[in-house]
Design a protein around this ligand. Structure first.
Ligand code: PMP
Length: 379
């Protein structure tokens, strides 16, 4: 079995699994408790926060642990909109964001906010000029993802952030960094980013844990009222085992970043060159995209049919993002990039991970070649 669905979730690192078990068993105190067991957990939590801050190049007090990037995105967007509603009620995002961003925006629209959804170009990018043109007096926040989870498109978030800071420094900038972190370099300081979301399980950490970077001094309306943990931004007893394991995963992701990116680019390019040999296929990912995601279509063939054929041969791939793969409509991301309905209905995503070798790519290509021939006969 070869697992090619790392953009959906990654297999946890062995050290991560050991850490969860160890912290759960031995350090079960509530970090808010005053006795020694509580203090012990609080120390672990502080250490984990410092490790994450080091990995991101930010201050420990700028990080809030959450229950994953869906929550981080909701907190960033709704928390900012509610906190700054006196400033204005206009938000800007792109049409190809993750549902946790788009649905948060839709909720706010239903409550009276106005949202500009920027179109993307055929590469899937929204450009800084488009953001600048959409800015209004009452714009409070711009939210753009770093890397698209379906196609690997890299958004020019550094350029957008710097443009915002020079044109409209009061407008907040949120970046969903889930698919970019650990693969691409992005320095938060100096990039104009005020809010930045990450998820544990895309980085070989546990599911159900993530973080939100909140620039020092910035206030957000919390989504959950309660005991005031996490600086008041996120009430609820902290999930210490997952947070400590997440910190470990983050550190490992940063340490191996350069090497990982180079390795992935090599594998990805080999895959792209192989896919180009199959004239029936359309490649939807750009050469300039992220190193770990390749999206292609076999027009006229339902993506699910090819997915199950590949599964029978021992390859796990994805039809699109995990959050919408159970729906049978065409991919909205591919449609937004201007692809035909036929292409958008037959998209397959291959996403790479640490364990992959050249031989895995070659084996996948060989099976794809056969599958495409078989499907053509059946058509
Ligand atoms: N943003 C992006 C770009 C994602 O790929 C995902 C995971 N599909 C999320 C946000 C949500 O992350 P989580 O699963 O931690 O809620």
């Amino acid at each position: 079995m070869v697992y090619f669905d790392h953009a959906a979730t990654t297999p946890p690192d062995e050290e991560v699994i050991r850490t969860v078990a160890e912290v759960m068993a031995r350090h079960y105190g509530n970090p808010s408790s005053l006795h020694r067991l509580g203090e012990d957990s609080e120390k672990l939590l502080n250490k984990a926060r410092a490790v994450c801050a080091g990995a991101l190049g930010v201050k420990a007090q700028e990080l809030v642990f959450t229950g994953g990037a869906t929550e981080s995105n909701n907190l960033a967007i709704k928390g900012a909109a509610w906190q700054f509603m006196n400033r204005g009620k206009h938000l800007i995002t792109t049409r190809t964001e993750h549902p946790s961003v788009l649905e948060s925006m839709k909720q706010l629209e239903a409550m009276g906010w106005e949202v500009t959804y920027l179109p993307v170009n055929p590469e899937g990018q929204a450009l800084p000029e488009q953001v600048r043109e959409a800015l209004r007096e009452d714009t409070v926040l711009v939210s753009v993802m770093h890397v698209n989870n379906e196609t690997g498109t890299i958004q020019p978030v550094g350029d957008i952030g710097r443009m915002l800071k020079s044109c409209s420094p009061r407008v907040l900038f949120h970046v969903d960094g889930v698919q970019g972190f650990g693969k691409l370099k992005l320095s938060i300081p100096g990039s104009g980013i005020d809010l930045y979301s990450l998820s544990g399980h895309k980085l070989r950490g546990p599911k159900g844990v993530g973080l939100l970077y909140i620039r020092e001094g910035l206030k957000l309306m919390p989504l959950m009222a309660g005991g005031g943990q996490e600086g008041g931004f996120r009430s609820g007893t902290e999930n210490v085992p997952y947070i400590v394991a997440f910190a470990k995963a983050l550190r490992l992701a940063v340490e191996g970043q350069e090497e990982r990116a180079q390795k992935y680019y090599k594998l990805r390019d080999r895959l792209l060159r192989g896919l180009e040999q199959l004239p029936q296929l359309t490649i939807n990912s750009s050469e300039q995209g992220a190193p770990h995601i390749v999206n292609f279509s076999f027009p006229g063939m339902k993506a699910e049919a090819l997915l199950h054929m590949l599964e029978e041969e021992g390859f796990y791939v994805s039809t699109r993002s995990a959050c919408s793969s159970k729906r049978s409509e065409p991919s909205r991301i591919l449609l937004e990039m201007g692809k035909s309905k036929e292409v958008a209905s037959s998209g397959i995503r291959i996403s790479l991970g640490d364990e992959h070798k050249q031989a895995d790519i070659d084996a996948l290509l060989a099976v794809l070649r056969q599958s495409v021939q078989r499907l053509q006969v059946l058509r």
